[in-house]
Design a protein around this ligand. Structure first.
Ligand code: ATP
Ligand code: MG
Length: 664
């Protein structure tokens, strides 16, 4: 897309580079495209790369933007700053760490590091915290840092703990995630000379997804831009989906007040979606009262266009439907895997879908939430299975040798390493060999722990070689190793967390069993399954030609588009979420915006799936369709099955009830 391909409004937006500019426009109208064209245009006008700053919401969006500009201009972009707010914050902090009493080379703490520091601070002050307190405090501290809660309104104990926490962070030369925006802001406010140098550097600033910037993020760019006022913000109030995180589309109003000389440009033509999809999305969002009225139109029509709702028996049928459809359309319509996207409101819903992709051998990439296979308990289980399959696997060995704890600390591991290096022998075999000595070079408890470990593993390795009942063998192995006992000790005050993790293991093994027992499976061997998991969904960095279906949360899909889009779990209590149902209308409007974001990702085909029942947190639940579905004009929607009547729901409820009774 060159400047010539832009429509008049887009062209004006791309070439008006001086002064404040506000572009509030609907989904798929080319907002992000305008930013990339603007930057290309600036470079053509001879503006130095170092004077340009573009802020986006995700790393993926930042990369994509840089990629496009490179293609358009054919230049190397070594001095251009296109970053997320957090990445930009890190850059500033790296340059200015000393100004706020930090040393160079600081670290960034994630959520679990952060809880550790809270725990440590509490211990220092002689406070005792339960696991739940820790979660609450983590949340509260985040809100304090991002300016949503005033520290001064807190109790004396909290204030003290917060200060202790801050001191600890500084002592460890670490910032937490919220600091990455809060601290640069504070720095700019308290050091006018530093602010000035950044204002001189970044004379042209652009912000994408402006509706989702937090108050602090807005304040940060407002300060930076106040010298030159060359600030262009683009966004869509209908796509504001982060109000729970302090993002606030009143920022749009703040911008209007702070930059009264601004120019406003409207983009009303949607270039992304076909008529049916756009019409449905427009009808849905019209139900929100708190919004800027917008008209979006499209010229796009294609024979391939469709908007479907599928009613399915359960989540297993849902995953099967999605996989089948991907496979069929890939062949019948010659579409690459990367043209498909599967979205869901909750990351957890994606676990069963991910499993089906693995089972069907469909390449996928999961983002915007942790993959099921990245959970610690699953990685541990896989490591045990790997070790049973291949004792030479030192990485798996190191991962689990002390999980559950069996007295193999740093020292014993170092001893093992030494002896294994000597002979270039795997750690597993070294352990086995050393235990055969009359006086093994380990402390007594370690000898006992290691002996039990090796004996158990030997026994299960034997069982796995038969290639029969492997999932069951793996389950027995986890029981014999007392992984449950380990979880209980890890979560002493929280049996629910332990139980949940243990259940995850057996969910995983259930999938393994289904794969193992599938009559079409020509090679039901442990190593085959392990290879499958290892290769599935692996993000192959640097190789963006790699084609895969995207699985992600709706939140993570913002700004992206897919020819064929699936929205799974369009059910009451999921979309809208249960939490928002219990709360007020404002939350319902936010959920509706979320659904709007999901609908507007689709270019040609959109499939929404609704299940009659699904497993939620290991419990079978009866589901009803999302009330938002009835806000879509029914004439636009194709369904193969009838939408369930209240009697149908009743019938399913009864059958589940009988099933439970039979089980008890
Ligand atoms: P969102 O609100 O979802 O972030 P957006 O407003 O940022 O969407 P873009 O992602 O920039 O929209 O563009 C949507 C699609 O429309 C892209 O595929 C883009 O290439 C295409 N497009 C935008 N403008 C034009 C144009 N003038 N001619 C042809 N295609 C265009
Ligand atoms: Mg965009």
């Amino acid at each position: 897309m060159s400047l010539a391909s832009l429509n008049p409004q887009q062209f004006q937006a791309a070439t008006t580079i001086e002064g404040p500019l506000l572009i509030i426009a609907g989904a798929g109208s080319g907002k992000t495209g305008v930013i990339t064209h603007r930057i290309a245009y600036m470079l053509e006008q001879g503006i130095a790369q170092s004077h340009i700053l573009a802020l986006t919401f995700t790393n993926k969006a930042a990369d994509e933007m840089a990629h496009r500009i490179k293609k358009m201009t054919g230049r190397k972009l070594s001095n251009l700053t296109i970053a997320t707010f957090h990445a930009f914050g890190v850059k500033v902090l790296r340059e200015q760490a000393r100004a706020i009493g930090y040393r160079d080379g600081f670290t960034i703490y994630d959520s679990s590091d952060r809880r550790d520091v809270i725990k440590e601070s509490a211990r220092e002050l002689g406070m005792i915290l339960e696991h739940e307190d820790l979660l609450d405090l983590e949340h509260l501290f985040g809100q304090i840092k991002s300016g949503m809660v005033d520290l001064a309104t807190q109790s004396k104990g909290i204030i003290q703990l917060f200060q202790e926490y801050q001191e600890f962070l500084q002592l460890k030369n670490a910032f937490d995630f919220d600091d990455l925006v809060a601290r640069p802001l504070e720095l700019f406010r308290t050091h006018p000379e530093i602010l000035q140098s950044y204002q001189q550097r970044y004379q042209y600033i652009m912000v994408d997804e402006f509706q989702d910037t937090s108050l602090q993020q807005y304040q940060l760019i407002q300060l930076l831009a106040s010298a030159h006022a060359n600030l262009c913000v683009v966004g869509d109030d209908d796509q504001s989906i982060y109000s729970w995180r302090g993002a606030n589309y009143t920022n749009i109003q703040a911008f209007e007040t702070d930059f009264p000389q601004r120019m406003e440009i409207k983009l009303e033509r949607n270039y992304r979606s076909t008529g049916v999809i756009l019409e449905a999305a427009n009808a849905l969002i019209a139900n929100n009262t708190n919004r800027k009225e917008k008209e979006l139109w499209t010229e796009s029509t294609t024979a391939e266009a469709s908007l479907q709702v599928r009613y399915l028996e359960n989540d297993q049928a849902e995953s099967e439907f999605i996989c089948d459809t991907v496979r069929t359309l890939r062949v019948s319509e010659h579409r690459g895997y990367d043209h498909f996207g599967v979205l869901s409101r909750n990351n957890s819903l994606m676990d069963a879908i991910e499993e089906a992709f693995i089972r069907h051998d469909i390449p996928y990439r999961r983002s915007g939430g942790r993959s099921f296979f990245e959970r610690k308990e699953i990685k541990d289980t896989i490591a045990y299975m790997r070790l049973a399959d291949n004792p030479d696997d030192d990485i798996a060995f190191v991962r689990i040798i002390n999980t559950p704890r069996r007295g193999v600390g740093k020292q014993s591991l170092a001893t093992l390493r030494e002896h294994s290096d000597d002979r270039k022998e795997a750690l597993y075999y070294t352990a086995k060999r050393l235990l055969g000595w009359s006086d093994p070079p380990f402390p007594k408890p370690t000898i006992a722990g290691l002996t039990y470990f090796i004996d158990t593993m030997e026994q299960f390795r034997q069982r796995f070689t038969t290639n029969k009942e492997m999932a069951r063998t793996a389950g027995d192995m986890m029981v014999a190793l007392d992984y449950w006992g380990y979880l209980v000790r890890e979560y002493p005050d929280n049996e629910k967390a332990a139980k949940w993790k243990y259940d995850n293991i057996f969910t995983f093994l259930g999938w393994f069993e289904r794969w193992e027992k599938n009559p079409d499976n020509l090679e039901p061997k442990l190593s085959t399954y392990l290879t499958r998991i290892a290769l599935a969904g692996r993000e192959r960095s640097g190789d963006d030609e790699e084609r895969a279906v995207s699985l992600m949360t709706i939140h993570a899909a913002k700004g992206l588009e897919f020819d064929v889009t699936f929205i799974a779990g369009v059910e009451d209590g999921i979309l809208p979420s249960l939490r928002s149902l219990q709360e007020d209308e404002a939350n319902m409007e936010e959920e509706r915006r979320l659904f709007y974001v999901a609908l507007t990702r689709a270019r040609e085909k959109l499939f929404m799936t609704v299940c009659a029942q699904r497993k939620i947190q290991r419990e079978l639940q009866i589901c009803t369709p999302s009330p938002f579905l009835s806000e879509l004009p029914s004439a636009l929607i194709e369904t193969e099955e009838q939408a369930p009547t209240p009697e149908d729901v009743e019938r399913v409820a009864m059958s589940v009830f009988t099933m439970f009774k039979d089980n008890s």
